[in-house]
Design a protein around this ligand. Structure first.
Ligand code: ZN
Ligand code: ZN
Length: 276
C-alpha cells in the first residue's frame, strides 16, 4: 500500500522550550524524554515531496535527530521568534539544492518580518556556497503542488494571525490539518479540517491564555472536529506528558519531539535525541 503522507513532530514545546531556563520542574517528570520539548515545528513527507512547517531555534538539532536530509518547501505559520529563528540553518538545505533558493511561503506580515531579520538571505540563488537563499512568496488560500494541495486560513493569535494549514495528498486524499499558535479555530478553518485523518492543534497549558488555546479549549475543538487522530502541540512546562495523556480519549493525545506518524495507517515511530 502507498504510504503517501507522514508527519514528524520536530518540536512540540512553547516559545521558551521545556523545561524552561532557571525554573523548577514543578511536577514535570524530567526522566520522561517526552517532557523535553524543543520549539514547535513539523516536517511533512507528502507524495515524495518534503515540506517544512516553521523553522525554530533548534532546527539544526531537530534535523539531525529526525534525519531531515531534504527540504522542498518552507511553510511559515507566522513570524514569531520561536517559529523563525532557525532559518539561517536552512543554508545546508539550500546547499543540497545547488544554491537554488528555497520557496518560503507565509502571510504578508510574516514575509515582512523575514525581510527584516534575514535580509542577507533574500535572493533567488545563494551568491556563495553555504549561504541561505529564500524566495519569499505570499501564501495563497490554495497552494497546488505536484504532491497535493495545501489550503491556508487565518487563525486569531493575539495581535496577529497565524496561518492554519490543511494538507491533502494528491493520490490517496489523505488529509492533515495543522493549527498551531491560535486562540480559536474559525468556522472556515473547521470546514477545511472536516474529515481530516490527523488534526494537530495548539494546546498550551491547563490555564486559559489570551492568544493560545488551552488544554480544555483544544480538547473541545478536537472532539467537535472528530479527526481519526488528534495531536496536541506547543505545550508549556505545566503539562506533564503521561499525567495529562492518561486523561484523554484514545484518539486524542499529546505529541512529543521525535514522533513520526503515517497519516494513512496512523503507525508511529519515535527517534531518540542524538545529543544526549
Ligand atoms: Zn509559538
Ligand atoms: Zn506565536
Amino acid at each position: 500500500m502507498e504510504q503517501a503522507m507522514d508527519i514528524a513532530f520536530l518540536g512540540t514545546g512553547t516559545s521558551q522550550g521545556v523545561p524552561m531556563i532557571a525554573h523548577e520542574a514543578d511536577g514535570l517528570d524530567l526522566q520522561d524524554p517526552r517532557n523535553w520539548r524543543t520549539r514547535t515545528s513539523a516536517h511533512i513527507w507528502m507524495g515524495g515531496q518534503r515540506l517544512q512547517i516553521d523553522v525554530g531555534p533548534e532546527f539544526r538539532l531537530q534535523c539531525l535527530r529526525n534525519q531531515i536530509d531534504q527540504v522542498d518547501y518552507v511553510l511559515m505559520t507566522h513570524g514569531h521568534a520561536d517559529h523563525i529563528m532557525g532559518m539561517d540553518d536552512l543554508r545546508r538545505h539550500v546547499d543540497l539544492r545547488a544554491g537554488k533558493a528555497l520557496p518560503v511561503y507565509g502571510n504578508l506580515e510574516t514575509l515582512e518580518r523575514l525581510q527584516q531579520v534575514f535580509p542577507y538571505a533574500i535572493h533567488e540563488q545563494a551568491p556563495v556556497k553555504g549561504y541561505p537563499a529564500f524566495s519569499l512568496r505570499e501564501f495563497p488560500s490554495t497552494l497546488d503542488l505536484p504532491c497535493g494541495r495545501i489550503q491556508s486560513t487565518p487563525l486569531p493569535h493575539g495581535r496577529s494571525d497565524t496561518l492554519g494549514l490543511v494538507f491533502t495528498e494528491k493520490k490517496t486524499g489523505q488529509k492533515l490539518a495543522y493549527f498551531t499558535d491560535c486562540k480559536e479555530v474559525t468556522p472556515a478553518a473547521r470546514a477545511l479540517a472536516e474529515n481530516a485523518d490527523i488534526l494537530v492543534i495548539d494546546a498550551l497549558r491547563p490555564e486559559p491564555h489570551p492568544s493560545h488555546l488551552h488544554l480544555d479549549g483544544a480538547l473541545e475543538i478536537a472532539l467537535a472536529l472528530g479527526a481519526r487522530q488528534t495531536f496536541f502541540i506547543h505545550m508549556t512546562f505545566a503539562v506533564d506528558h503521561e499525567r495529562y495523556n492518561d486523561t484523554l480519549p484514545d484518539n486524542i493525545r499529546l505529541a512529543h519531539d521525535g514522533l513520526k506518524v503515517n497519516v494513512g495507517t496512523l503507525e508511529e515511530t519515535t527517534r531518540e535525541p542524538v545529543w544526549a
